[in-house]
Design a protein around this ligand. Structure first.
Ligand code: ADP
Length: 449
């Protein structure tokens, strides 16, 4: 096992990794920007190093500064968390070149899955069902037209390097294709420095279902069931559930086994997530994330498996501490992403938290790095906490969530707590009857009232 792990992240995920390290008897090094001197991950870590000014490109994305921090503290491994450098293959390569262990998959897998075109090719080759679409990149309008006619409108133009829901444009008919193509390309170029795009059939009312997998270096590959992340705003997840209220046990078994076999075939190492759209009983691959996901705790709650602990153990060369046969699902878990945002306009609301009280009691977990008196800096993502609730069944879980949302007190800033209070009373949510556009349609309606 490692002696010391440097955590190349901030906020709740830095704390999450710190907690797993401490329980494994491993020391931690926090890195932070000058805006995060008072952050909890810095206060709790055994050591900390300031790596630069507030702007992420100068600090949390600053590879030379992070490597220097690891070298001066003698860290023997780096955990990247999610976001920032977690899916940067170059970062993984540089870490390895410095004889430090990257807690994550091989750089080559990050590279292949980081480009959505090569990811689709790899996934298809490993037996995963794909969304019908172009054969790789579309290079011209003519190319795009031919493909769209073959698969049928509406189609979605997607950036090969896309992420965070950016660089995606729908063309409802042939008349919209030229514009969708040029705006998706321009957006992709601006956001990712790469204007390669491809085309997919646009699915009307699918659910977003993703499978958590984990694999060690001893040939063990395990799938840990699905998460339903269909409640989204601007292609960003807002509330997630495990397991999905929509799948039958037979469908669950089938897609889990497909994912597991594909991961084994790819020779993938560590934790990863295969994302699918699910419509009319069929699954369609959209992408693979080669890192820990924000919503990993709901899987941890229904499987009773500590994913971060396993990630660290795998990177240290140890085998998984369970087999596929040991995995069973118990009860239901829901996560609400609490953002420092106006619950109606979604405008970020940084500032001082004048009072904070986390809910407690049975079946409750609040993953966060905030405290009373903490000043949320304006430079980073607005997610400030994850309320995770679990119970024996979905109905009890929702009742518990209602109780927890009432208990959670967060004063001084605007948060999305009122949005969740309202959302979980909606009949469609209570019935588990929703799809990826449901939340925006409901918000649109809610705005008009
Ligand atoms: P990103 O990497 O930017 O998150 P994804 O490919 O994971 O992009 O897609 C994000 C979301 O966009 C999905 O969860 C879904 O809501 C929507 N989406 C992606 N592909 C399609 C598609 N072919 N049809 C309809 N919606 C899609």
């Amino acid at each position: 096992m490692f002696q010391k792990v440097l955590i190349a992240n901030r906020g709740e995920i830095a704390l999450r990794v710190h907690r797993a390290c401490k329980e494994l008897g491993v020391s931690t090094v926090a890195i932070h920007s000058t805006a995060d001197t008072e952050a909890l991950h810095v206060k709790l870590a055994d050591e900390s190093v300031c790596i630069g000014p507030p702007a992420p490109k100068d600090s949390y994305l600053n590879i030379p500064a992070i490597i220097s921090a690891a070298e001066i503290t003698n860290a023997d491994a780096i955990h990247p968390g999610y976001g920032f450098l977690s899916e940067n293959a170059r970062f993984a390569d540089i870490i390895a070149a410095h004889n430090i262990t990257f807690i994550g998959p091989d750089a080559e897998h990050i590279r292949v899955m980081g480009d959505k075109i090569s990811a689709k090719e790899a996934a298809g080759g490993a037996g995963i069902p794909l969304v019908p679409g172009s054969d790789g990149e579309v290079v011209s309008l003519e190319d795009a037209k031919k493909c769209a006619e073959k698969i049928g409108y509406p189609v979605l133009v997607k950036a090969a390097s896309g992420g965070g829901g950016r660089g995606m444009k729908v063309a409802k008919t042939a008349d919209h294709l030229a514009e969708a193509l040029s705006t998706a390309k321009a957006e992709a170029k601006a956001a990712f420095g790469d204007d390669a795009v491809y085309i997919e059939k646009y699915l009307g009312r699918p659910r977003h279902i993703e499978i958590q997998i984990i694999a060690d270096s001893h040939g063990n590959v395990v799938q840990l069931g699905e998460r339903d992340c269909s409640l989204q705003r601007r292609h960003q997840k807002v509330l997630e559930e495990a397991l999905s209220p929509a799948l039958t046990p037979a469908e669950r078994q089938e897609i889990g086994e497909i994912a597991r076999a594909a991961i084994a075939k790819l020779g993938y190492l560590g934790a990863g997530t295969i994302e699918f759209l699910y419509e009319n009983g069929r699954f369609y691959f959209i992408e693979m994330n080669t890192r820990l996901q924000v919503e990993h705790p709901i899987t941890e709650q229904v499987t009773r498996i500590d994913l971060v602990r396993e990630q660290i153990r795998i990177a240290a060369g140890m085998p998984l501490s369970f087999t596929q046969e040991d995995v069973s699902f118990r009860g239901h878990a829901i996560e609400c992403r609490i953002n420092a945002e106006d619950p109606k306009t979604f405008r970020p609301s940084p500032g001082e938290i004048t009072y904070f009280h986390a809910p407690g009691g049975p079946g409750v977990r609040f993953d966060s790095a905030i405290y009373t008196g903490y000043k949320i800096p304006p430079y980073y993502d607005s997610m400030i906490g994850k309320l995770i609730v679990f119970a024996d069944d979905r109905e009890t879980c929702i009742k518990r969530l209602r109780r927890c949302l009432d208990e959670l007190q967060l004063n001084g800033i605007d948060t999305t707590i009122p949005l969740f209070k309202d959302l979980i009373e909606q009949p469609d949510f209570l019935n588990g009857d929703y799809h990826i556009h449901w939340l925006e349609e409901w918000l649109g309606g809610a705005d008009k009232q």
